[in-house]
Design a protein around this ligand. Structure first.
Ligand SMILES: Cc1ncc(COP(=O)(O)O)c(C=O)c1O
Length: 390
């Protein structure tokens, strides 16, 4: 008998230091990629077990943890890893930063798509590399890679590294095998390294198939790294912890040495233990969470079609983040954001994900339905307060 998780439970997160619930009033947060659901029972039990044991000393990854990671990725995605292909890192974003030093020198060009999760751009610039962007094209209500533009930019700027986001954030595309192969062939032709951020992999929704980049990279392993984590999957971002996968010995050695230099290769005891229990026993919770998220996406799409039909909704293929084009109602990004905040609902401003986010908003629907419905009502009110169209 499966243990049924109650995703309808509303949990007060105010006053806990939650990044998402930072308000002193009753604003409804539908922004940062953090779900308002309690973690899976096996994860909570694991934390309790560690606390009960009571000794919290220096800890290293166990064989059981490596096995859990290997099993999860092979059984779900056909990604065959061995222990030596796996490194640990405090987070995917720290790993993105680390990759600058692995594949590029100061001043060299790094390519990312636009719009993209903000730290992709920030880490390139903060590390004094040259940021080059390729705009995603929109067709059939979803983003597409502009392969012609990508190749042109690679040649024009002598790009050394491409930071791929798969599934993509924002917009939620799960890139297909054909798209990934086309990208790989361009990168191979011009000797561009690929770092694939796959943190949203396990949030792939019905009807879509996530393909780890490493499964396609045979013969090009020296230039491919993937980054992933259990934190987004199981809604345990506060635990911190992630993995770096690569399949080339020299590359792994270089990454490992760089991690030692920064002293950035260890996780805390809770992260190791939680990661193992999540991969060993979290599958049931995840399945239920994804079903719940899918119904929240349906509810949102229906609500917006009925009440705010001129918002163009990009239905995600992965994740609980819905990308909304509000350009029919607004013409200024700040006014759009402020109008929603004034109605006491917060969404992520699209513009912070690059020029392609102009007049877009990212809506997080991973919360109890009652909260989501209240938030949608506030969005409706906010848009109405603009007196209809701009
Ligand atoms: C694409 C992407 N990468 C990385 C992260 C954050 O990763 P971490 O917390 O492990 O640094 C997020 C969080 O939303 C994300 O959407």
């Amino acid at each position: 008998m499966p243990v049924l998780h109650n995703f309808d439970e509303i949990i007060d997160r105010r006053g806990t230091g939650s990044l998402k619930w930072h308000y002193s009033d009753d604003t409804i947060p539908l922004w940062v990629a953090d779900m308002d659901f309690k973690a899976a029972k096996p994860i909570l039990n694991t934390i309790e077990r560690v606390v009960q044991h009571g000794v919290l000393g220096y800890t290293k990854p166990t064989e059981a943890l490596y096995q859990a990671i290997v099993d999860w990725h092979s059984s779900r995605y056909g990604l065959l890893l061995t222990k030596s292909d796996i490194l640990f890192s405090p987070g995917v974003v720290p790993s993105l930063a680390l990759m600058m030093n692995i594949f590029t020198e100061v001043g060299e060009a790094v390519l990312v798509n636009d719009p993209i999760y903000t730290p992709f751009m920030a880490k390139v610039e903060q590390n004094d590399r040259t940021l080059v962007t390729s705009a995603l094209k929109e067709s059939d209500g979803k983003y597409q890679l502009d392969l012609v533009d990508i190749e042109a930019k690679i040649v024009e700027h002598n790009v050394k590294l491409y930071l791929l986001c798969n599934p993509h954030n924002p917009g939620g595309r799960v890139w297909t095998a054909d798209e990934l192969k086309a990208l790989l062939s361009i990168c191979k032709k011009h000797e561009v390294a690929i770092v694939s951020d796959e943190i949203h992999q396990d949030l792939t929704l019905n009807g879509h198939t996530f393909i780890p980049f490493l499964t396609l990279a045979t013969g090009y392993e020296h230039n491919v790294v993937s980054l992933t984590s259990m934190t987004k999957t199981f809604n345990i971002a506060g635990i911190k912890g992630s993995m770096i996968f690569a399949k080339d010995e020299a590359l792994l050695k270089k990454i490992s040495q760089q991690q030692q230099l920064n002293d950035e290769y260890e996780l805390n005891l809770f992260a190791y233990e939680v990661m193992r229990s999540a991969y060993e026993q979290g599958g049931e919770w995840l399945e239920q969470a994804l079903d719940y998220i899918e119904t929240n996406i349906d509810l949102t799409v229906d609500f917006l079609a009925k009440h705010l039909p001129d918002i163009k909704v990009m239905r995600p293929e992965a994740s609980y983040l819905i990308w909304l084009d509000c350009s029919a109602y607004f013409e200024d990004d700040q006014v759009l954001y402020d109008t929603l905040r004034a109605a006491k609902v917060e969404l992520s401003a699209g513009i912070k994900y690059g020029a392609g986010g102009h007049l877009k908003m990212r809506l997080n629907v991973a919360c109890p339905k009652a909260l989501l419905i209240a938030g949608l009502d506030r969005i409706h009110t906010a848009f109405n307060s603009m007196n209809g169209h701009k």
